[in-house]
Design a protein around this ligand. Structure first.
Ligand code: SAH
Length: 263
């Protein structure tokens, strides 16, 4: 009997309808699939039924990784990495046209998403992400500006990914039952024409500076970022009395672009 570890965000998806619904969102046959946090293999089994070309599994829990190794030893197209996804160099080993699936450990789900967004090469070698988040986090990814969910995660995600589909999942679809609701997001990499930032790290920096003072007017952030903040304000033509959440993603891209050229 496997005892779920809270520290590793282990809530295993046991609802067959939801498992099928997730798999219905993706063409698996003959594709390269990567699963993050396969756990006891509920989703993994369904993926294998659909005959992928290759399946890479990345599971941090050694006990679970060993169990999967044993259970799946007859599949020649499955490779299991007993690794921490946050330390693992996925970009190095990923094959072209891969699909990444995962019912993510919620304590690190935004970090995992950011890691996938920060791939060096863009467009990346994956062409679809199907990821389960805690609903609160998914709401931040999906948010519009001028709402309280809008923030760093919305801005950074929209610079390189587009959400093409999403649906909610109730706590009783999991064992153990989590305290929170969940949301599956389907995301596709995009080339955003309005995103002319050279280093995505700079977008992280700028959005961090503004959203760490979420309720303050943006003149505070401007003063921190730019030596000559009035000049920056003029060039960017942005009203400094607004709050960070009043600005659209494109405005944050513009500010970051200006920062790259003038600092
Ligand atoms: N996909 C499974 C399990 C989801 S629970 C299912 O739906 O049933 C999240 C899984 O991620 C667990 O198996 C947990 O051990 C694994 N995990 C947690 N942190 C991880 C990390 N840093 N790297 C890789 N896997 C991790």
């Amino acid at each position: 009997m496997i005892r779920p570890k809270k520290s590793l965000g282990q809530n295993f998806l046991t609802d067959d309808n939801i498992l099928n619904k997730i798999l219905s969102l993706v063409e698996v046959k003959n594709r390269n699939i990567i699963e993050i946090g396969p756990g006891t293999g509920n989703l993994t089994k369904k993926i294998l039924e659909k005959r992928p070309k290759n399946l890479l599994l990345i599971e941090k829990d050694q006990l679970l990784a060993d169990n999967l190794q044993e259970k799946l030893s007859s599949f020649r197209n499955v490779k299991i990495f007993n690794e921490d996804i946050l330390k693992f160099n996925l970009e190095k080993i990923i094959e072209k046209n891969s699909i990444i699936i995962g019912n993510l450990p919620y304590n690190i789900s935004s970090q995992i998403l950011i890691k996938l967004i920060k791939f060096q090469k863009w467009p990346p070698k994956y062409n679809k992400l199907i990821l389960m988040f805690q609903k609160e986090v998914a709401d931040k990814i999906l948010a519009q500006h001028k709402t309280s969910d809008y923030g760093r995660l919305t801005i950074i995600t929209s610079s390189r990914l587009k959400v093409t589909n999403h649906f909610n999942v109730l706590p009783n679809s999991f064992y153990p039952v989590p305290k929170v609701k969940s949301t599956v997001l389907v995301l596709k990499p995009i080339i955003n024409k309005n995103f002319n930032v050279k280093k995505i790290e700079n977008l992280e920096l700028i959005s961090h500076i503004f959203f760490s003072q979420k309720r303050k007017m943006i003149n505070k952030g401007f003063k921190k970022i730019f030596k000559n903040y009035l000049e920056a304000q003029k060039k960017l033509n942005i009203n400094l009395n607004l709050r960070p959440s009043d600005l659209t993603q494109n405005e944050f891209f513009k500010i970051t672009h200006y920062f790259e050229k003038n600092s």
